[in-house]
Ligand binder design. Sequence first.
Ligand SMILES: C[S@@+](CC[C@H](N)C(=O)[O-])C[C@H]1O[C@@H](n2cnc3c(N)ncnc32)[C@H](O)[C@@H]1O
Length: 252
Amino acid sequence: MVGKVKKKIDYDRAFWKMRSLRYNGLEWANHRFYLDAFVKAGKFKNSDIVLDVGTGTGIVAHAVSPFVKEIIGLDKSQDMLKHSNWYGNMYFLRRDIRNTLFVDGVFDKVTCRLVFHHILNCRQKAMDECYRVLKKGGLMVFSEGVPPTKTVKKDYIKIFRLKEKRVTFMEEDLMDLMKKSGFKEIECEIAYLKKMSVKNWLMNSGLHKSVQEKIFLLHKNAANYFKRDYNMIETAGDCLIDMKMAIVIGKK
Ligand SMILES: C[S@@+](CC[C@H](N)C(=O)[O-])C[C@H]1O[C@@H](n2cnc3c(N)ncnc32)[C@H](O)[C@@H]1O
């Protein structure tokens, strides 16, 4: 049992160390329209104290920081945290969201983008923790990429299985996760990131070249319904797809 847990920790460390090297080069992670939609959903005030869960290299924390008093980026990976500049009103903390040190109700807002699909165990506990640390009346802004339609969900799972151990959500799963932790007034907005390069995604994924090639071919040789639902455009050497990002907002 101890050996199994150690193996998982080693796998996790190695995975994020590898991903941290090129994470900031990802087109979709830095997409202005997506970041602006996320920030708008948070209705931030300059008195807000914010917790950014799974902050990674701090892309969301950087986007939110001009609008708030203080933001703490929490992440379990030292390697990801290392790839950001933490200054001014931005602080970071290396910690797992399932085991934080905060007392109840300290934050005005909790933000969390592209993290929960990596939480394979005790996912509800992670969401409960986001709820617990929020003040009453506080908002959580929660975002994940989702398959563009239910039809391509199985293809999406097949592609991402080559990339990482993860969970695939539809919008309703995200809303349900929040509801079960006690959030109210839950709303979901969709941000489509148009014409995103599959090559850029793969080049900055940290994946081995052979896996990159496999994933690329799964796009290029995909069935017509997949190309239609992703609004896919084939260019010389690349495939451009519309990525669907769900932004879910809930109130404590
Ligand atoms: C895909 S990155 C997203 C980074 C950032 N939120 C963004 O949108 O650019 C996922 C991050 O979640 C972190 N993470 C995953 N599980 C976590 C957990 N249980 N507690 C804290 N951080 C976690 C990883 O270490 C990684 O930095």
